[in-house]
Design a protein around this ligand. Structure first.
Ligand SMILES: C[S@@+](CC[C@H](N)C(=O)[O-])C[C@H]1O[C@@H](n2cnc3c(N)ncnc32)[C@H](O)[C@@H]1O
Length: 186
């Protein structure tokens, strides 16, 4: 269900029927499982893509979801999504792309060439984030991640202390909620 669908439900009054309550519960469960109210907007997706400065390197996308960021990245991007349902939706939407249904954390230790990482994996309310952070730090130290782009919904730096340079590349207001785009580089 989309965010606008949820708003329509709320306007209709969630107390009116069990069906509304069930649909709202499903929306909340879905939002909790991706760590976001809904998929990134096209404007946030483009801001993520435009934050990449090292355009000659291969790109690996972590946490592709239903593909809102995938869509604006080059076709050569390797996209990773752990959730089976989202993985299947991605495969159907992007049949010519390389999409892996695996956890992003071990993939980072398998990088063999310098790669730009574009990550949508949440840093808040994500019990695995420390492991992801450590894997990013190791891969960066090994020279495999010269640049990384991610976003947060709060002005906190999720990967502070790992890269020599970290900066807010932009704030996207046309997203629910508004998001901070972070660029990390050597
Ligand atoms: C906030 S959503 C982002 C979806 C989409 N990229 C966007 O920006 O709208 C985060 C996605 O990361 C996926 N994810 C979370 N942890 C992951 C992991 N360890 N490995 C791969 N994907 C993961 C979730 O299943 C979810 O689809």
């Amino acid at each position: 269900m989309s965010y606008s669908g949820a708003l329509a439900l709320l306007r209709a009054g969630v107390g009116k029927s069990g069906k509304h309550i069930a649909e709202l519960s499903s929306l909340i469960a879905s939002a909790a499982s991706i760590g976001a109210v809904c998929e990134s907007s096209q404007w946030l997706a483009r801001r993520m893509k435009n934050a990449i400065t090292n355009t000659s390197l291969p790109i690996v996308e972590l946490g592709a979801g239903y593909g809102s960021v995938t869509r604006v990245l080059p076709a050569s991007t390797v996209s990773i999504e752990i959730d089976e349902q989202r993985f299947e939706a991605l495969r159907a939407a992007f049949p010519d792309r390389t999409i892996l249904d695996t956890c992003a954390i071990p993939v980072l230790s398998q990088l063999t060439t310098p790669t730009v990482v574009v990550s949508s994996i949440p840093s808040v309310n994500n019990p695995q984030f420390d492991r992801l952070r450590n894997a990013i730090a190791r891969a960066h130290k090994a020279g495999m991640i010269p640049e990384l782009i991610t976003y947060t919904y709060f002005p906190h730096d999720p990967l502070s202390g790992i890269f020599p340079n970290s900066a807010v590349a932009g704030v996207e207001l046309l997203n629910i909620p508004p998001a901070f785009v972070w660029r990390y580089s050597c």
